[in-house]
Write a protein that binds this ligand. Structure first.
Ligand code: B4P
Length: 192
């Protein structure tokens, strides 16, 4: 199994690139953002709980997020690997991930971070907000809060995996195709 974490700030292209990477490598795409939006769309108790946080640009509490991720992994035990998109977003989530994979005789293969300039992130998210209906993409102050939460709570996850020799960075500026070819080269090198 080859399990990859696709990492980066909101708007860095994680969801966009994850869709291509799963096609290329046959991995199972697990996006915690997509899972929360599906729960919100179905108005489930979990969705109602997540909505309050997401609409403010805050992170959903770790115990809720980790439980949802673990259920998803256990639904699909026999895949060539998982592509984690938007998870882990805190060091506590990273520790939980390592533990839950170890309990299943698995491990994280690598974390690949997309590096994108802040102004570009804001432009991409505002542009998506015009068509997606996502309230967290429509208000620049909420976007700025997401970026500040990212710097404070999520960036340390990079250091957590870097200390284990498992973190890599790819330039996330440019066209979707250019970025995909950089990412594929990185994955191919790691899989060798
Ligand atoms: P996510 O759904 O993960 O939201 P995101 O970070 O905004 O999406 P992503 O980064 O994948 O978007 P992309 O760049 O592909 O999370 C939403 C919320 O859910 C979080 O704020 C949080 O509240 C909650 N949540 C999720 N996971 C959690 C966790 N683990 N713990 C706690 N809370 C959690 O796309 C952005 C736009 O850029 C798109 O319109 C795309 O078309 C465009 N784009 C992409 N690549 C481009 C390029 N190269 N050039 C131009 N535009 C590009």
């Amino acid at each position: 199994m080859f399990n990859v974490i696709l990492f980066g700030p909101p708007g860095s292209g994680k969801g966009t690139q994850a869709a291509r990477l799963v096609d290329q490598y046959g991995l199972l795409h697990i996006s915690t953002g997509d899972l929360f939006r599906a729960e919100m769309g179905n108005n489930t108790p979990l969705g109602r709980q997540a909505k309050d946080y997401i609409e403010k640009g805050e992170l959903v509490p770790d115990e809720v997020t980790v439980g949802m991720l673990e259920n998803r992994i256990d639904e699909f035990p026999n895949v060539p690997g998982y592509l984690l998109d938007g998870f882990p977003r805190t060091v506590a989530q990273a520790e939980a991930l390592v533990g839950l994979l170890r309990a299943r005789d698995q491990e994280v293969g690598a974390l690949i971070a997309l590096d994108v300039e802040e102004q570009e992130l804001i432009s991409r998210l505002l542009l998506r907000g015009q068509s997606s209906g996502r309230s967290d993409d429509q208000d620049e102050s909420i976007i700025r809060n997401r970026l500040s939460v990212y710097r404070q709570e999520t960036e340390p996850v990079y250091n957590f995996f870097n200390a284990r020799g498992q973190a890599f960075t790819v330039n996330g500026m440019g066209s979707v195709e250019e970025i995909f070819s950089r990412l594929s080269r990185q994955v191919d090198t790691l899989k060798k």
